[in-house]
Design a protein around this ligand. Structure first.
Ligand SMILES: Nc1ncnc2c1ncn2[C@@H]1O[C@H](COP(=O)(O)OP(=O)(O)OP(=O)(O)O)[C@@H](O)[C@H]1O
Length: 250
């Protein structure tokens, strides 16, 4: 079976006027199905660019991105949008729920956008798993940050995507709510076989992953399997020092 996501020699160069920034240097990566992958690295190391390219939100300057067996470079914008809707779920730091819709309608929104019928048993299971059965008719503003993020996770999973990309999903949460959200993502991987790719600055968050990729200067410089928070903090410090040295030399 093809990996959930494959990047082959993906490079991204941003050009503004005369200046060029290489945000990704020919990165290759396979994310197997059912794996929880964390992407870490200092500010500016290319985490967001990697995620945006892998999710079809940005176009690589060269190389190939294959999502759920489909090479997205060959798709036009309409087909790419469809593929994102059908095969990719997103969780953002700021939840991005629609304030005028109930929790229930927020969770099923991706299905309506894709003109797909909701499977009531699956929606009920998801709502139960994220612990929001009692909150379905509330508006997002009536929920805590942790509850809003759990609603966003249910929304990301409702269309049974091949992969969920989570961008700093605990960045706006207190410690307890953050732990609940991370434990929930972990359970979604363990119990539902969901593939998750999470960008995070936080070693304690990335320690929930099966594999952590540490980036520096647009490259994956280290891969840690079942990492501890201490190992990740050490690795991140190394990447930060390398980034400072490189900045000093340029
Ligand atoms: N739209 C853009 N135009 C020009 N340069 C960009 C653009 N987006 C990102 N960059 C540059 O590409 C490099 C990688 O940026 P990226 O946002 O991927 O890093 P990051 O690791 O996600 O950083 P952070 O942790 O601060 O969000 C940086 O040098 C950044 O300035």
């Amino acid at each position: 079976m093809s990996p959930a996501i494959r990047l082959q020699d993906v490079a991204k160069v941003y050009r503004t006027g005369q200046t060029e920034v290489t945000a990704l240097h020919r990165v290759s990566l396979d994310v197997p199905r059912g794996e929880f992958v964390a992407v870490m690295g200092p500010s500016g190391s290319g985490k967001s660019t990697l995620m945006h390219c892998a999710a079809g939100l940005d176009t690589p300057s060269s190389g190939e991105v294959i999502v759920d067996g489909v090479a997205i470079g060959g798709l036009n914008e309409t087909r790419r949008t469809e593929l994102r809707r059908e095969r990719i779920g997103f969780v953002f730091q700021s939840y991005n729920l629609v304030s005028s819709l109930s929790v229930a309608d927020n969770i099923t929104l991706p299905l309506r956008m894709a003109r797909r019928r909701a499977d009531p048993a699956w929606v009920a299971e998801l709502v139960e798993r994220v612990g929001l059965t009692e909150r379905l008719h509330h508006r997002p503003a009536e929920l805590s940050g942790g509850q809003q993020q759990r609603a966003a996770i249910a929304r990301a999973l409702v269309a049974r995507p091949a992969v969920v990309f989570a961008d700093e999903p605990t960045g706006a949460l207190d410690l307890r709510a953050a732990r609940e959200v991370l434990a929930l993502l972990r359970r979604m991987v363990d119990e539902l076989g969901q593939t998750v790719v999470m960008v995070s600055h936080d070693p304690a968050a990335a320690a929930h992953a099966d594999r952590a990729l540490v980036m520096a200067d647009g490259r994956i410089v280290e891969t840690l399997l079942r990492p501890t928070a201490t190992e990740l903090a050490t690795s991140l410090m190394g990447a930060q020092e390398a980034a400072f040295t490189m900045a000093g030399e340029s």
